[in-house]
Design a protein around this ligand. Sequence first.
Ligand code: MG
Length: 351
Amino acid sequence: MTDKIKLADGAGGQLMDKLIKQKILKYFGKESTSAEIPLSMLDDSAVIDDIVFTTDSHTVQPIIFPGGDLGSLAVAGTVNDVSVMGAKPIALSSGFIVEEGLSIDIFEKIVNSMSKVSKQANAPIVTGDTKVVEKGAIQEFMINTSGIGKRTKLLDDNIKEVKRYRSFDKRWLLDSNLKNGDVIILSGNIGEHGIALMSFREGYGFETRIKSDIAPINGLMDKVLNVRGIVSSKDPTRGGLSNTVNEFSEKSNVGIILGEDSIPIPTGVRSACDMLGIDPLEIGNEGKVVLGVVKEKAEEVLKEIKKHPLGKNAAIIGRATDEIKGVVLETTVGGKRNLHKPIGDPVPRIC
Ligand code: MG
């Protein structure tokens, strides 16, 4: 029997890593060697000739949910992947695949959401494509968005400042840039997007008032870059915070210690996770950023994030260190546990 693709192979965890490395990079990885940041680095975006370029397909269920919809998700997700490289998003594409039978009103609502978020992020949708497929070929509506971004003086000045404190030979905010001593900052509450979607689906037997955190974070990124001292940044989407810090640790070849108490988890998210037996650290977010910052600038960066509407619950959650390997969570009761990349996603179809 031949192996078949499983849902978990696309869920952002260890199984997806394996599929990408064994079945995709084997073919595509070799074609992208002229890129400054090639596909094989598996960062949030690629960089070629100083153009930051990323793409994302969105297959969320349901397509309208508390705090957002497929359209706001598609635009914010792509804007954020460009922004966390340290670039300014300048244009987006929109590729629609619609299932025959979708209500025109719902279609229009989602397109309108895309327009609103794109205006908010100041990243216009400049090219697109629409296909309609037979009923049953896909579920309702899927959107692919690509985005391009460019280098700004904010990023250059940020890098100059980093170099005042430690050696730094990178030109973008990559997952691989952390070093011993850097501080990890999270911009706000985690778990809201995944739990909002899950609690809204039928059959889980619980309700919460939690809304998705979907938001374009490029405005916030501009603010923190202006404070300067940022070395890495990543949006904790599929696989959650756990996946993000493990990517930092693996790619930077540095240990990361996180303080469990310092990670902002809303009560509603925590109780939903307890009930479902899932880890809030593994749940996807759509309006958050995890930053690596030189320690001398950490407090100043945190203060700036807290001033921003998206950053009220921001916190310093850990530090990079050569004392350990991998990611260690120091627990409330003084214990320590290794934090691994999730195998799959505890909440499927959320992005
Ligand atoms: Mg990302």
